[in-house]
Design a protein around this ligand. Structure first.
Ligand code: DQQ
Length: 532
């Protein structure tokens, strides 16, 4: 499977639709043809029931595949899916609509395509018609009209095309796009949502957006999910970024690891916005075929905008805490240069770890070089966990074998830049496995930090065997990684440590960790649960 398509919460049930390849884990020639919309449901975002696919290619306007799209709930009652259909083997793309056949079925198992499909054709001057896809969730303007954006490449430029509709069925393109920027070409899986700076309450795009709200445009390209914060100019129907960045290497990322094609939705049960994404395998295609599956979805995260109006914050949904067992707790630890503290007493292959680091002095921060911003991974490779620093590196070593031949390091390093401090967070997979043929980069990203006032730098890492999701500084920076240590296959346990390799001693005022229970995932066929 690949990305989430059309997540929604409707009548007490969370729906997770997703791109699913019914032909197998991987087909090197044609892997994205014939895609269907897989469908799972949950009441808590943790335990899931897998259903039959909701949408399959069977009409001329999706005959070669049902690609990504979104769900919108019209006026709180009517769910609608709008998705991209492939009309031929050349991957020419149009947009289609499907509606639930029976709204009183709590799982909304069956979906019917409307007779007027395709509702949006690929006839636009300069459009590359095989790059015209992934419509967003709809939003409503003060004029009562619905809008959606569709990702496209127009005259070689990445564009969020804007469409308007009175009834969500018949759509007119607005000539001026919602936004375009020549730093990138095709934009996949656009996401467009409103946020109130400093508030973790989500906003429903199907309702009026309060004044003072900002808007976020997320684009997916080249395995990276990037976002821009700005304002939505209602008069011009245009997204205006707060800062225009022409070099896309400097765009802020939703996550600096293997986390792609994310999609958010408004969760009316908790009044929050939830985002999640596809995390692809980083082993080999033959591994995928042997496993019989490929691709997972991240843990859903609540997402909101920091009080500074610049930075999105993400945090695993609180429901994930229901899987915690066997808490261990350490307080007042001190890590001097070279110290390694083993975290024992939990299942290190399936764990949730929360740790705070407090440097005892801020004097030894090394000087920041702004050119590093262009390539944080290079900095993570060169200044890795074994390279002594001033403040840091400190962090966690996880999934480590007895002799450390295999391990993954998640760590921070603090730099001083003129008036502020900049932190580098890395998730270094280069020694994560002894197996050859894996993709094992050192992921990394930078973020600003008010070290003088905030003092504590927090790290939360969720380990679910091959999936390692790390949240730095309360969710200001996130890195998802996939690792395949031999120790994991052997299931003979792996070690976990907190470490410091900087000359400044680091206090650990609080370290809490838990083993995580398995979530329950059932599969439903023909009306009954067949596999628990
Ligand atoms: N995957 C879908 C496309 C989308 C791409 C096809 C992103 O709609 O652009 O499965 O991963």
């Amino acid at each position: 499977m690949n990305e989430i398509s059309g997540p929604m919460y409707y009548n007490g049930v969370y729906h997770e639709f997703y791109q699913y390849n019914p032909d197998g884990a991987f087909d090197p020639n044609d892997s994205l043809m014939n895609m269907v919309w897989g469908h799972s449901v949950s009441t808590d975002l943790i335990n899931w029931i897998g259903l039959e696919p909701a949408i399959k290619p069977d009409i001329p306007s999706d005959i070669c595949g049902c690609w990504t799209g979104s769900a919108t709930i019209l006026f709180g009652v009517q769910p609608v899916i709008i998705y991209t259909g492939l009309i031929d083997r050349k991957a020419n793309q149009v947009q289609n609509i499907a509606l639930p056949k029976n709204r009183s079925d709590p799982y909304l198992r069956e979906w019917a395509k409307v007779g007027s499909n395709p509702v949006i054709q690929h006839v636009i001057p300069g459009l590359n018609s095989s790059h015209f896809r992934d419509p967003t969730t709809g939003w409503i303007g003060p004029d009562g009209l619905w809008r959606i954006a569709v990702g496209a490449e127009v005259n070689g430029i990445g564009t969020a095309l804007l469409y308007k509709s009175e009834d969500f069925m018949s759509w007119t393109r607005i000539e001026r796009p919602l936004y375009s920027n020549n730093a990138l070409n095709m934009w996949e899986c656009l996401d467009f949502f409103a946020v109130v700076p400093g508030s973790n309450n989500g906003l429903d795009m199907s309702s009026e957006i309060p004044s003072g709200a900002k808007h976020v445009l997320k684009v997916s390209i080249n395995s990276c999910d990037m976002y821009i914060v700005g304002v939505y100019d209602l008069k011009r129907d245009e997204f205006v970024p707060d800062t225009v960045q022409d070099d896309n290497r400097l765009w802020t990322r939703i996550d600096y690891g293997t986390f792609y094609a994310s999609k958010s939705f408004f969760d009316s049960k908790h009044g929050r916005r939830v985002i999640w994404a596809w995390s692809n395998e980083t082993d080999s295609y033959s591994d995928d075929i042997a496993k019989g599956w490929a691709g997972i979805h991240s843990i859903p995260r609540t997402i909101w905008l920091d009080g500074d109006g610049k930075q999105l914050i993400q945090w695993p949904v609180e429901e994930i805490e229901s899987l915690r067992i066997n808490e261990i707790n350490h307080q007042g630890l001190e890590l001097k240069k070279g110290d390694l503290f083993e975290i024992k007493g939990i299942d290190t292959l399936q764990a949730d770890v929360e740790i705070d680091f407090e440097p005892t002095s801020i004097d030894d921060a090394e000087t920041f070089d702004p050119s590093w911003l262009f390539d944080p991974r290079k900095q993570c490779r060169e200044a890795d966990a074994s390279v002594h620093g001033g403040i840091g590196p400190f962090g966690l070593v996880i999934l480590a074998s007895d002799n450390m031949e295999e391990h993954t390091a998640v760590h921070f390093r603090v730099y001083k830049s003129e008036q502020k401090y900049i932190i580098l967070m890395c998730s270094d997979l280069r020694r994560s496995s002894l197996r050859p043929g894996l993709y094992t980069p050192a992921y990394g990203g930078f973020f600003e930090f008010d070290l003088e006032n905030e003092k504590r730098i927090s790290l939360r890492t969720l380990i679910d065997r091959s999936a390692v999701e790390s949240f730095g500084s309360g969710g200001r920076i996130c890195i998802t990684a996939r690792v395949y240590p031999v120790a994991l296959v052997d299931d003979d346990g792996a070690h976990m440590y907190a470490f410091n390799n900087g000359s400044t001693t680091v206090r650990v005022p609080q370290l809490r960790a838990w083993s995580m229970k398995r979530a329950q995932v059932n599969v439903m066929k023909g009306g009954s649960v067949i596999d628990a």
